[in-house]
Write a protein that binds this ligand. Structure first.
Ligand SMILES: *[C@@H]1O[C@H](CO)[C@@H](O)[C@H](O)[C@H]1NC(C)=O
Ligand SMILES: *[C@@H]1O[C@H](CO)[C@@H](O)[C@H](O)[C@H]1NC(C)=O
Ligand SMILES: *[C@@H]1O[C@H](CO)[C@@H](O)[C@H](O)[C@H]1NC(C)=O
Length: 362
């Protein structure tokens, strides 16, 4: 990721974790945390993802970075073409597990890696994603030799259960491809089924060049683009880039899957989010999912979120959701009834604290 994005994402992460502590709300931005395997409890029953519904796009997925659980509903519609999702964690939270969209677990970094086999098997997953940006100090940051050792001990055994293994997903920065070369050299016994990559930049030319450079270096392995976006601040350019690249990736036979970054609400300085402030789909979100908004969830100063069902114009057959979400307190209550502190107020206060903290680091 570009540095400005990293800072924004770091801020986003800090805020979401802190606000989670205050509000008791489950964080879905586990992309950026290492403690994922026990978060949702490994002993509870994990509903298995349902079979792909007809007319879904088998390649197109969502990178679920929203900090609101109910936002998934807009991708879980008859009209939506989304066929898979991930959230950088190794187990799906309940709202993703029940969303009818195939969930693909990830081993984000070295943390809790000993829990991976159990987590993957508990949910009956047939595919797992490797480390997230291990070449990047702000992400999983693992030495390639150590990454290979851990791979052989904890990830490779999944192969015996028929699970497809996705390689570590390096950044498109200068550190990425050399890291991957070292990893492959150190992990000659690893069996890699596909290669996830990330890309951020402006304009299709740079993206396509990167895709083909990766293909030239690893000609025998299918590619997944698990994070990508146009970072231009011009909305027309971002939309056109999305439109062009989706068609390109759909047609490129060695690209098996792709996921735009990402499925989340507006963040300062970011112009490639798929959701609006109320959780509805923005123009990018509508183009990407092929659906219109059926649900908004306004995060307000009230102690409870407000849920609203809106009538989608292209959602014939989709039952409108009128009560969402329902969580058992033991399963991590979405919003504690006794919570006196509102989410928004806490968020604002923590923003200031985090901004000061990050400013200090700078
Ligand atoms: C997803 O859609 C299916 C089918 O309409 C529905 O049964 C399920 O409850 C939905 N799940 C969520 C989380 O919206
Ligand atoms: C945004 O990009 C489009 C297409 O390149 C261009 O026509 C338009 O002038 C740009 N808008 C702004 C505000 O720069
Ligand atoms: C996407 O591309 C197609 C084909 O070029 C075009 O017809 C359509 O208008 C484009 N949509 C957007 C939103 O740019």
């Amino acid at each position: 990721m570009p540095i400005i994005v990293s800072v924004a994402v770091a801020l986003f992460y800090v805020l979401s974790v802190l606000s989670q502590l205050v509000s008791g709300k489950p964080s879905s931005t586990s992309s950026f945390t290492r403690t994922t395997s026990t978060k949702h409890g490994s002993t509870s029953t994990i509903p298995s993802p349902t079979a792909t519904i007809a007319r879904k796009n088998p390649k197109r997925g969502i990178a679920y970075a929203s900090d609101v659980a109910g936002d998934v509903i807009n991708a879980n519609q008859t009209a939506s073409v989304i066929s898979w999702q991930y959230d950088w964690a190794n187990l799906p939270p309940a709202y993703l597990a029940t969303s009818n969209i195939k969930y693909i677990p990830m081993q984000w970094g070295a943390g809790s890696i000993d829990k991976l086999v159990d987590a993957v098997r508990a949910q009956g997953a047939d595919t797992v994603l490797g480390y997230n940006e291990p070449d990047f100090s702000e992400e999983s940051n693992i030495d390639p030799t150590e990454a290979a050792r851990l791979w052989m001990q904890y990830i490779q055994p999944l192969k015996a259960y028929g699970v497809k293994l996705g390689a570590p997903a390096v950044t498109a920065a200068g550190t990425g491809r050399p890291w991957l070369q070292k990893f492959f050299a150190a992990c000659s016994q690893c069996t890699i089924d596909f290669l996830p990559i990330h890309w951020y930049g402006s304009g299709t030319a740079g993206f396509y060049d990167y895709l083909w450079a990766i293909r030239a270096e690893h000609p025998n392995i299918p590619v997944w683009v698990t994070e990508y976006a146009d970072t231009s601040d011009n909305a027309t350019e971002v939309l056109t880039f999305m439109n062009d690249t989706m068609r390109y990736l759909d047609e490129l036979e060695w690209v098996e899957r792709y996921a735009w970054f990402g499925f989340f609400r507006p963040k300062t300085g970011i112009h490639y989010n798929l959701l609006k402030d109320d959780g509805g789909l923005n123009a990018l979100g509508e183009l990407y999912t092929g659906a219109k908004t059926v649900h908004t969830e306004i995060v307000s100063d009230a102690a409870f979120a407000e849920y609203q069902t809106v009538v989608g114009t292209d959602t014939a057959g989709q039952p409108l959701v009128t009560s969402w979400p329902v969580y058992e307190p033991s399963n991590g209550a979405l919003r504690a009834a006794s919570s006196a502190l509102s989410y928004r107020t806490a968020f604002l206060g923590l923003s200031i604290i985090s901004a000061v903290a990050i400013g200090g680091v700078w």
